[in-house]
Design a protein around this ligand. Structure first.
Ligand code: PMP
Length: 461
């Protein structure tokens, strides 16, 4: 068999990819006719593909490469750890230094009394842990019937059976038997799309109060927890109205419901503070983390748990865990990533430099004829595409058609921007400089212009 390396021609790599590689969240038959774009190298905020094109990464991979690509310190730490102790588990009363050190560091960074860390290999796994942990918590409190977890439609919490059930993605629920029992969904705080004539503030309150109505409908003696992303990411970077989270917090406090903040995207600086919970004044009992924990250099996630829940869970053997819970190489890499973030002031950079500069350029896109709304917090933003028939105009074409066209033009202009139906979203590496932000927005603007011309020509506008 041919040795498969970066040196093979793109078409050959694409053919082998199509023959053997099943891609996540893709219709493999469809896109493989064109062939995958093959990324071969990356440095800083720039990717290189197999044709030698240089692409600016407006998505930090999948919202995760917060400190940018090519940081040799992380490679060195991984190499050292692999030689010293490549693997050991943390079951059966054993531990190791990378897991101990990382748990202590996360406890230091996490707000409030979130002092206890249960490791996982990913965000999905951590949310599966959360489902079992909150149900077991109530069972240990003598209330096993408190098992329902309330989450939101269009929320995203992962792709496993449990986490995918927590998520409110209808296309996911349509396949493979989700949701699992005892998960309930309320509507999302998406004012632009669903707020009608209400003010954002009234709408935020109304959507939060659906939680109260749902608790009362199900019965407070049946409800274990509420879970939400401080800002919905995969749902289209939906930034909630300012009234939303305070009301959710009030309701959780009032009914004694556990509050889980899924910080897989919003954690580690994305919103301009270490955690989105700090940005939005949320006091979670459990936080889900992954992605930016290691800047994506190694797969790792975790549930960060408050004193009281951890103490309760500690009363019994918790029959749960993963082979790679606290994997020493991943833990060492994450620890080094957090060291770099602190020493280089990456969160301050988001708050004081990159975030404000991106905000200026991002909100100026509102003047573009295809853009109906721009929203941004820290270094995550979205814009709603509109056919120009009023600020909240909808396209006659199927939802996602316009977004796909803009995404294709972005691809052609060597900028990675994602589309969620007809919203374009960005979530760049947090270390992006103002000059690089300018390059990203300039390329996106060209893509929007080209998409606008194409949609006119195709009669979509
Ligand atoms: N929660 C949120 C908020 C996410 O954005 C994601 C991934 N996009 C997950 C959980 C799942 O994480 P993973 O893909 O690492 O399983």
């Amino acid at each position: 068999m041919t040795k498969i390396t970066n040196h093979l021609p793109t078409a050959e790599l694409q053919a082998i990819d199509a023959a053997h590689h099943m891609h996540p969240f893709s219709q493999n038959d469809g896109f493989q006719r064109k062939g995958a774009r093959i990324i071969t190298r990356a440095d800083g905020v720039m990717l290189t593909d197999s044709d030698g094109e240089s692409i600016i990464d407006g998505m930090a991979g999948l919202w995760c490469v917060n400190i940018g690509y090519g940081r040799k310190e992380l490679a060195d730490v991984a190499a050292r750890q692999m030689q010293e102790l490549p693997y050991y588990n943390t079951f059966f009363q054993t531990s190791h230094v990378p897991a101990i050190a990382l748990a202590a560091r996360i406890a230091e960074l996490a707000p409030g009394d979130l002092n206890h860390v249960f490791f996982a290999g990913s965000g999905s796994e951590a949310n599966d842990t959360n489902i079992r942990m909150v149900r077991h918590y109530w069972a240990l409190k003598g209330k096993p019937e408190k098992s329902v977890i309330i989450s939101r439609k269009n929320g995203y919490h992962g792709s496993s059976m449990g986490s995918g059930s927590l998520g409110g993605m209808a296309p996911m629920h349509a396949q493979g038997g989700m949701p699992i029992p005892d998960i309930a969904h309320i509507d999302q705080p998406y004012w632009y799309g669903e707020g009608g004539d209400m003010t954002p503030e009234d709408f935020g309150l109304a959507r939060a109060r659906q939680l109260e109505a749902k608790i009362l409908e199900i019965g407070v003696d049946r409800v274990a927890a509420f879970i939400g992303e401080p800002v919905q990411g995969a749902g289209g970077v939906i930034i909630p109205p300012s009234t939303y989270w305070p009301e959710i917090q009030r309701i959780c406090d009032h009914y004694g419901i556990l509050l889980i903040a899924d910080e897989v995207i919003t954690g580690f600086g994305r919103t301009g503070q270490w955690f989105g919970s700090q940005t939005y004044g949320i006091r979670p009992h459990i936080m889900t983390i992954a992605k930016g924990l290691s800047s994506g250099y190694a797969p790792i996630g975790a549930s960060v748990v408050c004193d009281e829940v951890a103490a309760t869970i500690a009363q019994d053997e918790f029959n749960h865990g993963y082979t790679y819970s606290g994997h020493p190489v991943a833990a060492a890499v994450a620890l080094e990533n957090l060291r770099i973030m602190e020493e280089e002031g990456v969160v301050d950079h988001v708050r004081d430099v990159a975030g404000p500069h991106l905000a200026k350029r991002w909100h100026a896109l509102a003047d573009h004829p295809l853009v109906g709304e721009t929203s941004l917090i820290g270094m995550m933003g979205s814009l709603a595409l509109t056919p120009g028939t009023g600020a909240r105009g909808r396209f006659a074409a199927a939802p996602g058609t316009a977004g796909f066209i803009v995404r294709e033009r972005c691809f052609a202009n060597n900028v990675i921007v994602r589309h969620v139906y007809d919203r374009m979203v960005v979530s760049p590496p947090l270390v992006m400089t103002p000059d690089q932000i300018d390059m990203m927005i300039d390329r996106l603007t060209t893509a929007l212009d080209e998409a606008h011309a194409q949609m006119r020509a195709d009669g979509l506008l």
